[in-house]
Design a protein around this ligand. Sequence first.
Ligand code: DX5
Ligand code: ZN
Length: 221
Amino acid sequence: MTKMKIAPSILTADFSNLRSELETIQSADWLHLDVMDGHFVPNITFGPKMVADLSQYTDLVLDVHLMISEPEKYIADFVKAGADYVTVHQETSVHLHRIIHMIKDLGAKAGVALNPATPVYTLEHILSDLDMVLIMSVNPGFGGQSFIPSSLDKIRWVHEKSQQLGLTDLEIQVDGGVNLKTAKAVIDAGATCLVAGSAVISAADRAKAIYLLRNAGVELV
Ligand code: DX5
Ligand code: ZN
């Protein structure tokens, strides 16, 4: 079994102290960076400069989740800032195929995120072009919301399709309400990467929270 990837989100961390916040999550695999524009989602966070600045202080894979309208206008800036993965929302991307290939041509890995109400089969004809599918298990915009159980069917669909198509490198990332209560079901459904905001950031021992999440799907014998 391959190691489960844990991607803490700094959305609920102390933005005035991000450099030291980053030190507390270095045992993770990826750093999930939630970019919000106050238009596609009802919240505003940060842009490419923050990604570039943080990249100086971590070796974690930089995983940029763009919750912004017209993402194509900013993709090059985020790749230049050091993004390893750039994920756009299906709902913001009319010409999704073009945008995915723009990300790849710039040298980053390309992901597509789906809101809870967006049918997963909208990705059927683009799945083999993708490096990652991000199943949103809350409505994007805020940390600390409750996991929406119907997301599990969507994770299963991506897992099964990727197996049928032999897409062994496709990452299946799940974002929203992932914690020690929900992680096992998410992993069992086929997730390969768990985003965890409040489950890590609110924990007294963040390294322990990362360890426990990573092993949430491992059966103890
Ligand atoms: C929500 C963001 C998430 C968020 C997750 O719009 O995309 O990455 O930080 O936070 P939790 O894990 O607290 O639901
Ligand atoms: Zn996110």
